[in-house]
Design a protein around this ligand. Structure first.
Ligand code: PSV
Ligand code: MN
Length: 392
């Protein structure tokens, strides 16, 4: 397919209404278990994280919500945080619970054998729901580090039963317009079994809970070689794909920039999405980033990620679906494959730049941000205090 000078109207419309949610923790320091590097200008409180996230939105026009992690992003006054976000031109997105950093949770949280520990974990989620009420957030995201390291350490079955009971208590605490999304991950930190290791387990739990519960798919949470687009198609078919945690990986849960390690995989995922119209706001799928920028500039990394998703979505929208359906009907394997590849290899960047200019946005948000002086300014201004990072 030749480079299109302009995008077809329906593609332009879909791109204009498509939004991405950014993670507050993507703007803080992060690292590996070997080292967390600091960077001048890194936020020292959730307000500064929101100010940085607002830069991503100001330059791309496509990232209007910031997801919070609780209690990492705990503040005295959530009303003030909400108001500050609005001033900055963004709003608060999902509230991510955290039951993976307290000593009490060493052997599990919602699955723990001790009812007192389970109650503590359930109460934490009810507190997250209060934060949702204060911030205007409508979604609670649950990822559990629960699991075991050795066969025989605990009963897999009993832990599933306890998990189901704990989730039901949290679900009962949601308001009518709230949703809960349950994330799965095949290993880490547990190395023998994980209590929510895969989409099937997550789906079984959310189906048992009710319509307000959905699955969240983190692209870094699968065994190598897993066909993630198949999972996407299947969850959409069940109306249970609630959200994405986008990132990319070469090995395990690398949390690198989405579309960096395997752009073609991102294209295949987004093609499943567009075939079911799930990229449109009415679908309710929340496209979120869950990334850490250990080496690169954090705001630049977030902007690059938003652009990668936009560019790949544009390519997925350009697939000639009529021609594809025709080739599929005739069982012409390579013609069908070629139709996908034509769209994948299309350079949509000039047409996207033109679209942004029409909307009063910078044609190249990445370069415009780099040249804006913002990073130099925060490096000078943000002196003293403790930079935020994991656990903060
Ligand atoms: C776990 O690896 C995870 O993907 C969950 O979404 C956490 O909340 C997030 O990373 C934050 O580190
Ligand atoms: Mn995640």
């Amino acid at each position: 397919m030749a480079t299109p000078a302009a995008l077809p109207d329906h593609v332009a419309r879909d791109l204009r209404e498509f939004t991405i949610e950014v993670p507050s923790w993507g703007y803080g320091n992060s690292g590996t278990r070997f080292k967390v590097f600091t960077t001048p200008g890194t936020p020292r409180d959730p307000f500064e994280k929101i100010a940085d996230a607002a830069q991503t939105h100001a330059h791309t026009g496509a990232a209007p919500r910031v997801s919070l992690h609780y209690p990492w992003d705990k503040v005295e006054d959530f009303d003030a945080l909400r108001a500050f976000a609005a001033e900055q031109g963004v709003s608060i997105g999902m509230i991510n619970s955290n039951t993976f950093q307290d000593d009490e949770y060493k052997f599990g949280s919602l699955t723990h054998g001790d009812a007192a520990v389970r109650k503590r974990a359930i109460d934490h989620h009810l507190e997250c729901i209060d934060v949702m009420r204060a911030t205007g957030s409508k979604e609670l995201k649950i990822w559990l580090a629960d699991g075991t390291n050795y066969a025989g350490q605990d009963s897999i079955r009993a832990r599933q039963d306890r998990l189901a009971e704990s989730l039901a208590e949290i679900y009962a605490g949601l308001d009518g317009d709230h949703r809960m999304v349950l994330e799965y991950k095949f290993f880490e930190p547990a190395f023998y079994h994980t209590d929510v290791p895969d989409w099937g387990t997550s789906l079984l739990h959310v189906q048992a809970l009710g319509e307000k519960a959905m699955v969240v798919l983190d692209t870094g949470h699968h065994a190598p070689g897993t066909n993630i687009e198949f999972i996407v198609a299947q969850l959409l078919r069940q109306d249970r794909l609630g959200a994405f945690d986008f990132n990319s990986r070469n090995y395990a849960d690398d949390d690198l920039i989405v579309g960096a390690a395997d752009p073609f995989q991102l294209f295949r995922i987004l093609f499943e999405i567009v075939q079911q119209d799930a990229h449109r706001p009415a679908s309710g799928v929340n496209f979120m980033l869950d990334q850490c920028h250990n080496l690169e500039s954090k705001i630049q990394g977030q902007i690059r990620s938003v652009l990668n998703v936009q560019e790949t979505l544009a390519k997925a929208l350009l697939v000639d679906r009529e021609a594809l359906a025709d080739a599929q009907r005739r069982c012409d394997v390579l013609e069908a494959h070629g139709i996908l590849m034509d769209a994948f290899w299309t350079d949509v960047r000039p047409a996207l730049a033109a679209l942004r200019e029409e909307d009063g946005l910078p044609a190249d948000p990445f370069e415009t941000f780099r040249n804006s002086g913002y990073e130099e300014r925060i490096a000078e201004e943000r002196v003293g205090g403790d930079q935020m990072g994991w656990g903060a």
